[in-house]
Design a protein around this ligand. Structure first.
Ligand code: ACO
Length: 443
């Protein structure tokens, strides 16, 4: 949605407005009324506590740094005694950040977040109206791809989003310390929180540039890693400790943030709240440090890569257990030719994709040609390229296929794509032969 625009819907008394977060004009130490109302509505929708008024300006600051646009839906016909009419009955937020799609450049991606519709207003099409207008506008503005992380898996398939990456929730038994097969390299230091806050975006950028599937992060991540904000709001989290890893030249190339879950928790457990490495070595050495902390029996981390090198580094791989795997990114192709052209591939091949899209944004026939891992894609006429392997799929299935986390053969077995053996072979060679995508950014 664009900045600062509003539309009235006179048929049902609903008023839609989009604006950036803002401070009160008369008192810049406060959020403005519409921003405060928007935060109130989001907290209601996600069953979070109300944000304390004095914490709102920090949240406004973070949202402005992220370049977020907030959409609010107001009901001008709420009955007498109802909650403040300046609190919207529905919310929707957007921002743009870079996704590593394996191509020569990161792909700016339209991110959708903070979607709530008040329980008294649910299932009358408010989400559908917001998302239809927003995705159309995002496509018109030239963005090829949209993404979100979903509260429930059943909501967004109908809007053309497909689950595209997952992370593993892992647990490590560290009693007596973890032993690694490779010798230690570089060094680790407990970080100065203020300095870490400045370093986190730099380290994450290096991680993003080398990690297929990684997505740029909002400002809150650096604040949380430094314990300045907690996971849920802008209150400090005084339990968080952070470490930096330095390479052999003394340059920081990774960090981890963690906290004890308390002595009442048996066995004594430390939860890793964030861990970002800009090299394989940094990843290993951060875990070596975490596995060596005295008085800790167990480590947990809910954002580990599904293809995790960690168990392969340990002399006792059974210390490492995957407790659950959860989807993270859901991708929505807005412009198939641009999205397919931006991605990096493996090998050579050509395939024709017939994309169905109930929202019509990505519908059409496209020829993808890949030479030496570099792809070009363009719309094709119906009868063209009759000799090229062909696949029929929905926009949501293309979103799932896009980063190769699932193979075309698996999607075909699930009935989500229709293709002959030749087309499935080409798709799997091009899309799934490389590294598994890893995205640890939630938004
Ligand atoms: C990216 C994010 O922010 S994810 C967070 C999503 N938000 C939440 O989980 C907070 C709690 N839930 C809510 O606020 C609301 O129920 C929402 C936002 C999920 C749905 O809003 P609504 O306005 O009720 O949705 P709307 O009426 O537009 O429904 C559109 C379609 O989605 C379906 N739908 C909506 N919510 C759900 C759901 N939770 N599960 C399954 N289907 C759903 C509807 O049945 C409807 O289907 P149809 O058009 O194919 O018949």
């Amino acid at each position: 949605m664009g900045t600062d625009h509003s539309t009235d819907s006179t048929t049902d008394g609903l008023r839609f407005a989009s604006f950036p977060a803002g401070y009160d004009a008369a008192d810049p130490a406060k959020a403005d009324e519409r921003t405060a109302g928007w935060f109130d509505a989001v907290n209601l929708g996600f069953h979070e506590d109300r944000t304390k008024e004095e914490r709102l300006p920090a949240q406004v600051d973070g949202y402005l740094r992220d370049g977020r646009i907030l959409t609010a839906v107001y009901d001008d016909r709420l009955p007498e005694y109802a909650w403040n009419p300046a609190v919207p009955v529905a919310t929707y937020g957007t921002m743009v950040n870079d996704l590593n799609v394996g191509g020569s450049e990161l792909l700016p991606t339209h991110l959708v977040t903070a979607v709530t519709v008040r329980p008294t207003h649910r299932r009358r099409g408010i989400l559908r109206r917001m998302i239809t207008a927003d995705l159309t506008r995002a496509k018109d503005s030239g963005l090829a791809l949209a993404a979100l992380t979903a509260s429930e898996a059943t909501i967004y398939g109908r809007f053309g989003f497909g689950a595209a990456t997952s992370t593993a929730g892992v647990e490590l038994d560290t009693r007596g310390g973890l032993e690694f097969t490779a010798p230690p390299r570089g060094s680790i230091a407990i970080a100065d929180a203020d300095k870490l806050r400045g370093l986190v975006p730099e380290i994450f950028r290096a991680h993003l540039e080398r990690t297929f599937g990684a997505l740029g992060r909002q400002y809150a991540y650096a604040m949380r890693a430094a314990g300045k904000w907690s996971g849920e709001n802008t209150e400090p989290d005084t339990a968080v400790r952070s470490v930096l890893r330095y390479n052999a030249d003394g340059v920081p190339d990774g960090y981890a943030a963690y906290k004890s879950l308390g002595w009442q928790n048996e066995p004594h457990t430390v939860k890793i709240t964030d861990l970002v490495a800009a090299s394989d070595e940094a990843y290993r050495e951060l875990w070596r440090y975490l596995g060596s902390i005295d008085l800790v029996d167990r480590l947990t981390f809910s954002e580990a890569p599904v293809e995790d090198p960690l168990p392969w580094m340990l002399t006792d791989r059974r210390r490492y257990k995957v407790k659950h795997v959860e989807d993270v990114l859901w991708l929505r192709i807005l412009d198939p030719a641009a999205a397919l052209g931006a991605r990096g591939y493996f090998g050579d091949g050509a395939v024709v994709l017939d994309v169905e899209d109930p929202m019509a944004l990505a519908a059409g026939t496209f020829l993808l040609e890949v030479r030496g891992g570099v792809g070009t894609a363009r719309p094709a006429a119906a009868g063209e390229h009759a000799d090229t392997p062909r696949v029929q799929l929905t926009a949501a299935a293309l979103g799932s296929l896009y980063l190769g986390a699932v193979s075309a053969r698996t999607l075909a077995a699930a009935g989500s794509v229709q293709a002959g053996d030749a087309a499935l072979g080409v798709l799997d060679e091009l899309f799934s032969a490389g590294p598994a995508p890893y995205c640890s950014t939630h938004f």
